[in-house]
Design a protein around this ligand. Structure first.
Ligand SMILES: Nc1nc2c(c(=O)[nH]1)N[C@H]1C(S)=C(S)[C@@H](COP(=O)(O)OP(=O)(O)OC[C@H]3O[C@@H](n4cnc5c(=O)[nH]c(N)nc54)[C@H](O)[C@@H]3O)O[C@H]1N2
Ligand SMILES: Nc1nc2c(c(=O)[nH]1)N[C@H]1C(S)=C(S)[C@@H](COP(=O)(O)OP(=O)(O)OC[C@H]3O[C@@H](n4cnc5c(=O)[nH]c(N)nc54)[C@H](O)[C@@H]3O)O[C@H]1N2
Ligand code: SF4
Ligand SMILES: [Mo]
Length: 720
């Protein structure tokens, strides 16, 4: 029986939906509803958010820290005792192997635990360790590479809100609610409203997605061919003279070299290679560059995970550059920020820095860092390769790399080799099972939080901000931790101070989460106390801001054709290709495997919640019915999916939205490799198909995690 109500927000994905809660006499959240009064989400919440009562109170939640015994079983241990034992081990490792042997990994749920999001890297800094990893480098770090190689734009791109056109490449916000450049709240309502006011939508995706149903032009290329499609689009713009010549002359370096580089990518070539009809390619680019004045090309995980992800990102952003789709002096800044300090937005290029060429270099292939992070594609190798700098201890916060990382077998082997693996997670995940200590944290409604100060302007199209207090107490008799406390408490035990977001913390008395949030908000444009007065957040009246003219002393330009990009374009053009057959590591493959999101789960998480389980008991392999017929398969048959790296079982299902030649399958599933396979209970891990050695991007070690060449082999004995 509910005895009180409260409001807060869901932090599972970038949607950050406002929620109304009902709480019972034991202080448990028993009902979650989308909050109608939330200024952005306006009552929307998805099936994941609605199941948060079960996530909080369900039987799979860990309520006490766990210590693994030599026989692999776990026993509960008191939190402070666990921290003492962890600190004792850390002291030995630090002394013997140096700071770089201690690493941290931030998973998706570490981003939305805002106080901890800052604490983990600050803790590694006080130890002197460069070994900080996050999901970004197995997600969309092509965007980081781009910023550092092509350059950025101080004032940002033209916003969705007043665009005439949007070209969306390999993202499906109607399911993921998380595509940069698309409003990340109630996506169906957003797209309908935008089309009503005249926005034209171009979608480029091998699957006619839920989002593509709203497209005015839909291109359905063969997966992994985005560089060819993008080059083909650029070629038409640059040979027809549809570029913004004034913008190009002032802000882009060497557009002629770009034009020359894309010349071979004729519409005929694009049609043969990527399977996009030449008239469709032209229709898309006419709509984007000729009939529309405002609006951008945006990319998401599809092209950012396929081979040549950095080149795809570069070329699609070049489309924005040559069409000048950036905010100019005098235009309003859509979101000047609420928590972030005010900064000028300029009509100016932020010059490319190629920062990965300087700074810490990995022992693995000399891979550098981006934005202070090492690349997750080489984490397992950094653990396995002996010698100075070898990682011996890993702290995982809000992630489940055993299921999220490429090359699952290697990840498991590496984690088993660690001297100390500590995972902060509310559930006994596969990563937790390999950990020496599992520290269960307080979860959403038990902890105070803000929307991320780091991502606020990327996620909110307006100066919106929200704070939530802890609205319920942790379960009775539990021994849970605030994620950030783990790092503060270990620093204290090791006799180190922590400089938190630039502020030295008192190391004798632990701060409160609210004190940490106040540090993060110390330069905010609206006082934190005022933000706290609005339980569902508010679009604040921050002082409006206009884009200012650029600094006349700089002549920074977008580097549209640096030598490494030119070389990669030439190499792609030189590749042999044959529709219906991919060669990988010398073997021939008939299909390409892409990833997709499922509404009821996020990555490896929430598979056990009742409604999610009912909807998605496992992860099927979706194929077009023509492919099933050609393979003499029927829906429900079991197959093996075979890549040049591994083999996984899957049940086939029909998806008429796919183009033939594509297998579409969600990542994040599967039991522990080597355990008895029980596909219908756990699904299987597409990451067994991915190599972290071949087909990786040079700069950011991003593996080929989409458009993976595969064969589909009938599993003769297992048909259901
Ligand atoms: N093949 C393939 N692999 C992929 C992808 C793909 O498309 N294809 N996608 C990639 C992408 S985009 C990403 S972002 C990564 C994701 O990789 P991960 O971040 O490693 O995976 P998640 O399942 O998001 O991990 C979230 C973890 O946080 C835990 N958790 C839930 N609530 C809390 C909390 O309040 N506090 C804490 N501390 N933990 C909590 C969950 O139980 C779960 O274990 O996977 C990548 N892997
Ligand atoms: N329900 C739910 N929501 C989520 C998540 C989840 O697991 N479940 N995960 C969250 C995370 S961590 C992230 S990063 C975001 C991701 O958000 P999105 O990027 O929107 O992820 P998807 O919905 O998988 O959409 C990717 C699209 O790319 C297409 N694609 C695959 N390969 C290629 C290719 O080679 N080229 C092109 N052009 N397209 C291709 C796929 O068909 C698919 O439609 O979603 C977040 N939101
Ligand atoms: S879309 Fe769903 S998972 Fe994402 S914040 Fe909203 S309710 Fe939570
Ligand atoms: Mo992600």
């Amino acid at each position: 029986v509910p005895i009180r109500e409260a409001q807060s927000f869901c932090r599972i994905c970038a949607g950050l939906c406002g929620v109304d809660l009902k709480i019972d006499e034991q202080d448990r959240v028993i009902e979650v509803r989308g909050a109608k009064d939330h200024p952005l989400s306006q009552g929307y919440a998805c099936i994941k958010g609605l199941q948060l009562p079960e996530a909080h109170n369900g039987p799979t939640r860990l309520l006490h820290p766990q210590k693994r015994l030599p026989d692999g079983s776990f026993v509960p241990i008191a939190l402070e005792q666990a921290l003492d034992e962890i600190a004792d081990k850390l002291r030995v490792i630090l002394e013997r192997d140096g700071p770089e042997s201690i690493a941290g990994f931030r998973g998706t749920q570490g981003y939305s635990t805002v106080a901890a999001n800052q604490m983990l890297p600050d803790w590694l800094r006080t130890l002197g360790s460069p070994s900080f990893f996050s999901t970004m480098s197995i997600d969309q770090s092509a965007k980081w590479v781009n910023f550092e190689r092509l350059g950025g734009w101080s004032a940002g791109r033209q916003p969705f809100a007043d665009s005439d056109v949007l070209m969306m490449v390999g993202g499906n916000p109607l399911v993921s609610v998380s595509v940069f450049g698309f409003p990340m709240f109630d996506p169906t309502k957003q797209i309908k409203a935008a089309r009503e006011r005249g926005l034209k939508l171009i979608v480029i995706d091998p699957r006619r997605t839920e989002s593509a149903h709203f497209a005015d032009v839909f291109l359905q290329p063969y997966p992994g061919e985005d560089p060819t499609v993008a080059a083909g689009l650029l070629r038409i713009v640059l040979t027809e003279g549809w570029e913004d010549k004034t913008f190009c002359a002032r802000y882009a370096d060497n557009v002629d070299a770009l034009r020359t580089a894309v010349l071979p990518f004729t519409p005929e070539y694009v049609e043969r290679r990527a399977g996009v009809a030449r008239h469709k390619l032209r229709e898309a680019v006419e709509l984007f560059a000729r009939q529309s004045r405002r609006g951008t090309a945006i990319t998401s995980t599809g092209p950012n995970m396929a081979a040549h992800s950095n080149l795809s990102e570069h070329l699609f952003e070049c489309l924005n550059v040559v069409c000048g789709r950036f905010l100019r002096a005098g235009e309003p800044v859509p979101n000047p920020g609420v928590l972030q300090a005010r900064r000028p937005y300029l009509e100016q290029v932020i010059a490319p820095q190629r920062s990965w060429e300087r700074g810490h270099k990995s022992r693995i292939r000399g891979v550098g860092t981006l934005f202070g992070e090492m690349m997750s594609g080489i984490l397992a190798d950094e653990i396995l390769l002996p010698g100075k700098g070898q990682i011996k201890s890993l702290f995982v916060d809000g992630g489940n790399p055993v299921n999220g990382f490429p090359d699952q077998n290697k990840t498991v082997a590496a984690f088993k080799a660690l001297e100390l693996l500590v995972t902060i997670d509310p559930y006994m995940t596969n990563t937790a099972k390999l950990s020496h200590f599992v520290l269960p944290p307080k979860i959403f409604f038990e902890r105070a939080d803000l929307a991320s100060p780091v991502y606020e302007t990327a996620v909110f199209p307006l100066p919106f901000m929200i704070y939530t207090p802890a609205v319920v107490k942790p379960p009775k008799d539990s021994d849970l931790v605030d994620d950030w406390y783990v790092f503060w408490a270990l620093a204290k035990r090791l006799g180190r101070g922590i400089v938190y977001n630039g502020v030295a913390l008192d190391m004798s008395n632990a701060p409160t989460t609210d004190e940490l949030l106040a540090i993060l908000a110390r330069n905010s444009q609206i006082p934190l106390d005022e933000i706290k007065r609005h339980p569902l957040g508010k679009i604040f009246d921050v002082e409006p801001q206009l884009v200012e003219p650029g600094d006349p002393r700089t002549d920074a330009k977008f580097a549209v054709m640096p030598p490494d990009v030119a070389a990669e374009i030439a190499a792609i053009f030189a590749e042999p290709f044959d529709a219906g057959c991919s060669i990988s590591n010398g073997q021939r493959f008939t299909h390409r495997l892409t990833s997709r999101r499922m509404r009821g789960v996020i990555n490896t998480t929430y598979h056990a919640l009742s409604e999610s389980r009912r909807r998605h008991p496992f992860n099927p392999a979706y194929l077009h019915s023509d492919d099933l017929a050609a393979l003499q398969l029927k829906e429900g048959d079991m197959v093996d999916i075979v890549s040049d790296h591994g083999r996984i079982p899957a049940m086939v299902k029909v998806d008429a939205a796919l183009r033939p030649g594509v297998v579409s399958m969600t990542h994040g599933w599967g039991g522990m490799p080597g355990d008895v396979a029980d596909y219908e209970k756990h699904g299987s891990s597409t990451n067994l198909l991915v190599s972290t050695e071949r087909d990786c991007e040079a700069i950011n070690a991003m593996p080929r995690m989409s458009a993976i060449p595969v064969n589909i082999v009938k599993a003769s004995s297992q048909s259901i």
